[in-house]
Design a protein around this ligand. Structure first.
Ligand SMILES: [Zn+2]
Length: 94
């Protein structure tokens, strides 16, 4: 089990990768992406837009293997960014 700080860090990495469908507000999915916060010793998901608190962090985020999933996704993401910037560089030449 990750510590609360680790879990919060995982949540923010997951939300930033863009590879996954981000966790969004249960009240209104167009609100800003949820953030992990510690409340009374427990990690909860908070909507920055309306303040709605979702007290269940998805179980898959708590397993050790999720760390590997995040790393792989971040690798893919940075490779994609590299390719995109190379392509952008080529197409911008006139
Ligand atoms: Zn909301």
């Amino acid at each position: 089990m990750p510590s609360n700080a680790e879990l919060i860090a995982r949540i923010s990495r997951f939300q930033n990768i863009g590879h996954f469908h981000p966790l969004t507000c249960q009240k209104e999915s167009s609100h800003e992406q949820l953030r992990g916060e510690e409340r009374e010793g427990q990690v909860v998901l908070v909507c920055p837009t309306c303040g709605h608190v979702q007290d269940q962090v998805p179980a898959f985020m708590k397993v050790d293997e999720f760390e590997e999933v995040l790393k792989d996704a971040e690798d893919v993401q940075s490779q994609m960014a590299k390719v995109a910037s190379q392509l952008g560089g080529m197409t911008n030449e006139s």
